[in-house]
Write a protein that binds this ligand. Structure first.
Ligand code: FE2
Ligand code: FE2
Length: 420
């Protein structure tokens, strides 16, 4: 429609719509979705609309270009003159489906959603990446605002895998197949489960502590970490249940374990924390879980550690991917890793750190098959070999993230005797 030589870009027909807050909301939204300088034609009725719309335009700095009395209705032309024009949201981009109708998160990086920046935009709030934000979003104070801070190239694959591999500690474990074990063996399992559960608390709390600091521009990192958090809570559940299921119960916690976990918990740098927890701690735990799996005296214990180990594999893969990427792009960051390991070692007090003696005894009973002197001898020998394997595998993981053999060996050597 052409009104006195002016062609409206958009029309809003509000005849018989009451003049009031809702009407102005519709006008405001229509203008926000238009380009700066475009013309909106508003058709309305009711005598008060003339004055009210004029005042509203003045207040909101839009220009009322024309007001026409057409008898039973009014026509107004408003030139969109926002303080700052809103960007245009996407429209018309359909996500591709995979076979079987799957909609995979790896495929949602389309249009504006696909604009993943190296540095997150400031004042982003909880505006989903891809949506158009009105001005005036408050500063939420996120501190992890760079892609490198949290991203890993395998993040999206791990997220899809994690969802597929979730299991239920209530129904997926053959609890009814738990046999009555000799008392010393049941005690060893209960002691080991106590230790595992305790360490899982740290694996749950530490990433959770950082999650609220991550800029929502990198929402996929939060989504992945939420699967990790779910894994850890399930591990706590399964290990605790195993300790209780056979009538033994939770056993001893050592001060060394708590000191070790505290030294992880107080780390405020996500890069260092990710390295200490996912690469060194959970990496070492993979070997511990393999050892328990190998020597498990009953099918329930074996099944739990087997399932937990698959989950831990994803956590370690995230840590290795994340840390390796930073080392590749910022080689100077190697020093931060050396410092992180040293700081922790100093905190633990290398001289009198000792070991978790209850755990060592339990592992020896498990691996030796009982607590006769002969069995204990064999058991302790196997535990010693486990520590060698842990050391070797730690070195391999450190080489994998790009450290030199010297640094890898030095860091592996100073790793906490608590394993995590
Ligand atoms: Fe875990
Ligand atoms: Fe984990």
């Amino acid at each position: 429609m052409d009104v006195h030589g002016l062609t409206p870009d958009r029309q809003l027909n509000l005849v018989d719509f009451p003049v009031g807050a809702d009407l102005f909301l519709l006008v405001k939204n229509a203008l926000q979705r238009m380009e700066q300088g475009q013309l909106l034609e508003v058709i309305g009725s009711g005598i008060e609309i003339k004055d009210d719309l004029r005042s509203w335009c003045r207040l909101n700095r839009h220009s009322l270009v024309m007001a026409m009395d057409a008898g039973d209705h009014y026509r107004f032309l408003i030139r969109n003159n926002p303080v700052k024009a809103l960007e245009q949201p996407d429209w018309g981009i359909k996500l591709p489906l995979r076979k079987d109708g799957r909609l995979d998160i790896r495929d949602w990086f389309q249009g504006r959603v696909g604009e993943l920046r190296e540095q997150a935009p400031a004042y982003v709030g909880f505006v989903p990446r891809g949506a158009v934000a009105e001005p005036g979003v408050p500063d939420f104070g996120f501190s992890l605002n760079q892609k490198d801070d949290v991203w890993s190239n395998n993040l999206l694959d791990l997220y899809e895998q994690a969802k597929e591999k979730q299991w239920n500690a209530t129904t997926d474990i053959a609890w009814d197949e738990l046999p009555e074990l000799p008392e010393e063996m049941e005690w060893a399992v209960c002691q080991i489960m106590t230790f595992l559960a305790e360490n899982e608390y740290s694996a749950l709390y530490i990433p959770a502590k950082f999650m609220a600091r991550i800029n929502p521009h990198y929402i996929e990192a939060l989504m992945y970490l939420s699967t990790l958090i779910q894994d850890e809570s399930r591990h706590i559940e399964a290990f605790t249940k195993r300790a209780l299921a056979g009538g033994g119960g939770l056993q001893y916690s050592s001060a060394l374990t708590e000191r070790s976990l505290h030294s992880l918990f107080i780390q405020e740098d996500y890069f260092k924390s990710s390295f200490l927890l996912h690469v060194l701690g959970e990496g070492t735990f993979l070997d511990l879980l393999t050892f328990i799996e190998e020597h498990a005296p009953d099918p329930v214990t074996r099944q739990i550690v087997t399932l937990a180990k698959i989950d831990e594999g994803r956590h370690v893969a995230y840590g290795i991917g994340h840390v390796r990427h930073i080392i590749e792009t910022h080689p100077g960051m190697v020093q931060a890793l050396v410092d992180a390991a040293n700081e922790r070692n100093e905190y633990l007090g290398a001289a009198d750190a000792g070991e978790n003696s209850h755990l060592m005894e339990a592992l020896a009973i498990l691996a030796g098959g009982g607590r006769t002197p002969e069995q204990l001898k064999t058991g302790f020998e196997r535990v010693r070999r486990l520590k060698d394997v842990m050391y070797e595998h730690r070195v391999q993981r450190l080489l994998q993230i790009g450290l030199t053999p010297d640094i890898a060996a030095a860091i592996s050597k100073t790793h906490t005797p608590n394993f995590m």
